[in-house]
Design a protein around this ligand. Structure first.
Ligand code: FES
Length: 213
């Protein structure tokens, strides 16, 4: 029971008792799930966020699926109009009460998207210049891409401007040479390796695992 009804039950007990009795006894033929789904339709139509937050979880608890809850929201459209339906969808999504939809991998988070894997040559250096930090990419097979910070671990020169030896890249400043399949420094042999950047491939697209800082 809402706080307002609790207050009314004390302030106007006769009125509140009648009201609560109406709620309790007026609907007898509908099961809980149907009743709560209809409540969703009415709450969307009236535009009451509080009512929606109260009844939508009850519908789920009574056995309604997220698809049915979405249908209930949409059932309100002819009376509620588009704006109230969209507001309700925002609320329902925030409460995790609507079905998940597949994300477009290129729009999940634009700052994480790097490129399509198919655009990368196999076992060849590929440089990617980005405002948040240039990268060296090296595709080892159809679906595996290694990514490295393009800053040379010696003195931070940009290896995007290095000499491309295919499977190796050579820094033009002091001529350190790095193996792209492992990131190891080949020359000098005691040089620091390239810094690895964590990436993942989803639906043929390459993403950073975390947003650049
Ligand atoms: S800065 Fe690259 S080798 Fe020195």
């Amino acid at each position: 029971m809402s706080k307002a009804l609790t207050y009314l039950a004390k302030a106007r007990p006769e009125a509140a008792t009648s009201l609560l009795s109406f709620y309790k006894h007026s609907v007898q033929a509908l099961d809980d799930k149907t009743r709560h789904l209809i409540q969703i339709v009415t709450k969307v139509t009236v535009g009451t966020e509080r009512g929606l937050r109260q009844y939508a979880p009850k519908a789920l608890k009574a056995g309604a699926t997220r698809e049915e809850i979405l249908d209930a929201v949409l059932m309100a459209f002819p009376a509620a109009g588009l704006n109230k339906v969209l507001d309700a969808i925002d609320i329902m999504r925030e409460m995790d009460l609507l079905p998940e939809v597949a994300q477009d991998p290129t729009t999940t988070d634009p700052s994480l998207h790097l490129c399509a894997v198919a655009d990368l040559p196999l076992q060849r250096l590929h440089t990617l210049q980005r405002p948040t930090g240039d990268l060296l990419l090296y595709r080892t097979d159809a679906n595996t891409v290694l990514a490295y910070n393009a800053r040379c671990p010696h003195s931070k020169a940009n290896l995007c401007k290095g000499t491309d030896h295919g499977t190796q890249v050579e820094c033009r400043v002091h001529n350190w040479i790095f193996d792209l399949a492992s990131g190891a420094c080949l020359q000098p042999t005691n040089g620091k390796p390239l810094q690895t950047v964590a990436t993942e491939v989803r639906d043929g697209q390459l993403f950073l695992q975390t947003a650049p800082t």
